[in-house]
Design a protein around this ligand. Sequence first.
Ligand SMILES: [Zn+2]
Length: 321
Amino acid sequence: MERASLLLALDFGGTKLTAGLTALGERRWRAHRRVPAPPGSNAQSDREIMMALVQDMLATAELPLAAVGVSFGGPVDAARGVVLLSHHVPGWENTPLRQWLEARLGVPVAVDNDANAGALGEWRFGAGQGCDSILYVTVSTGIGGGWVVNGQPYRGADGMAGEIGHIVIQPGGPECICGRRGCLEALAAGPAIARRARECLAENPTAGKALRALVSGDVETITARHVSQAAATGDDLAQQVLDEAAYFLGQGIGSAITLMNPQRVVVGGGVAKSGPRYFEMVRAAARANVLPGMTVDIVPAALGDDAPLWGAVVLAGDLLN
Ligand SMILES: [Zn+2]
């Protein structure tokens, strides 16, 4: 009998559902499926869509399944394998996802949040390889973070370690989704960049020509991606807005470095695709906010959108040790 060695990785991402199948020790997907979550989806429909992807993949698998790792886009009690809630999809409150999957797939399952999974993925397979400790930061519609310390995920007392998006950078600053003001997320995540660009355009009616052209003058539809595109073509206003966001991110990362002194910081997510100038600004601001002699090694993520999925592979593989 062949040894059961297939690892299944699942990523419940809020707006998309992804499943990947690989084998122990392998670095490629034997199968990979990604589908958008349909509008109006809920926890139950997400689980059903995911199970359909899984059954489709396992139907043609050459080896038996050994373990499953899950990355979830929201707070998770990793020790119990329970999803606490989703900020994007209704109905996930206190869902025993590990138990649910184990009952259906008959193999051990591990569940963690997407930032911790992303950290594990980048550490084992991506830009954090060979490091003893990394901070992974993802900058998209929100800002999340996860730690690997001494080669282990560090989750904290409440499973909330790494919440760098909610470090206050500017007391009294813009309102944050968490109910406080001036958090890093409210200053440097995608929606904050778009909002700041709209404010600057309103204050400077003759500036930001390239940015305005990208949205055919409809300033209300501006996204962070538009700002980054306009900045790349040399639009001064877009460049300034992006520089400012990078500066705030660097400040936040600098505080995290000062506290934990990680070997490397890996930055992923859509906003982190804004190019070399963005990274130079982040590094400069971080360097200015750490003690002399501290390592400031800040690099782009290597695995892109698949970082949490590769982290789920690590979670699954660790179940077999
Ligand atoms: Zn906050």
